[in-house]
Design a protein around this ligand. Structure first.
Ligand code: ADP
Length: 226
């Protein structure tokens, strides 16, 4: 489903110098697997997710989704790839003038769902993240953690084959973190491949997935304790 082959990413700094954000990474995530990318701030987790969505290109190596090299895709190919991905990014944004429900239906409609189907799937996703009662709230009427959950619901509503989530439990209280963690685990059980990035070891443990430990852009051998 997802494969990295010898992937490195080097950023040039405006002030001069360069940062090796990722160094020669190779790993595979199999269909329906839940993989957890754990590492401290600056380890390269967000960079890695951006290589998978095609927002960035690797300096060396290849990222393959379903056997297709992401950096070889043109604009159309990238759009098609992203339609199959559920993305919860760190800097994910909601449309300010649409309700929680509206933010989901607009995406589903754009993907071809009819009006009723879009509404049903959007509502079901909001209920799954515990936001059914807040469906008619505008983003500014929601707390930061609630907005994160709307973003997660938006990623889920599209029923992606591969879900990429960057810090899915950030800004959530312990009870809600547990709800989201359980939700992600059940998604994987129902067949969605998941790659979840987190700096929180307790989140990684709770997800009970396969742990990929990233430190300073390098992958630690598997089997090391979190
Ligand atoms: P994480 O998500 O694990 O916190 P990041 O992928 O955001 O890590 O960052 C990894 C490293 O790459 C850090 O040293 C960061 O400063 C650097 N970095 C990330 N994005 C950029 C960028 N656009 N330009 C320059 N350096 C970057």
């Amino acid at each position: 489903m997802l494969e990295l082959r010898g992937v490195s990413k080097v950023y040039g700094r405006a002030a001069g110098g360069r940062v090796e954000a990722l160094v020669d990474l190779s790993f595979e995530v199999k269909p329906t697997e839940l993989a957890v990318l754990v590492g401290p701030v600056g380890a390269g987790k967000s960079t890695l997710l951006r290589l998978i969505t095609g927002e960035e290109r690797p300096t060396r190596g290849a990222v393959l989704v379903d056997g297709t090299e992401v950096s070889a895709l043109g604009a159309r190919g990238l759009a098609r790839l992203r339609r199959n991905l559920g993305i919860l990014a760190q800097d994910g944004r909601l449309l300010a003038d649409r309700t929680a429900l509206g933010n989901l239906t607009v995406v589903l409609r754009a993907l071809g769902a009819g009006r009723n189907e879009a509404r049903e799937r959007a509502l079901a996703a909001l209920v799954e993240v515990g936001l059914g009662p807040a469906r008619n709230a505008l983003p500014h009427e929601l707390a930061a953690g609630e907005r994160r959950r709307v973003l997660l619901a938006r990623a889920l509503a599209t029923r992606p084959r591969l879900l990429l989530a960057d810090e899915p439990t950030a800004m959530l209280d312990p009870g809600m973190s547990a709800t989201v963690t359980t939700l992600l685990r059940s998604l994987a059980l129902r067949g969605t491949t998941c790659l979840i990035a987190t700096q929180a070891p307790e989140c990684a443990r709770a997800l009970e997935g396969r742990v990929l430990r990233l430190e300073a852009g390098r992958l630690r051998p598997e089997g090391d304790p979190v």
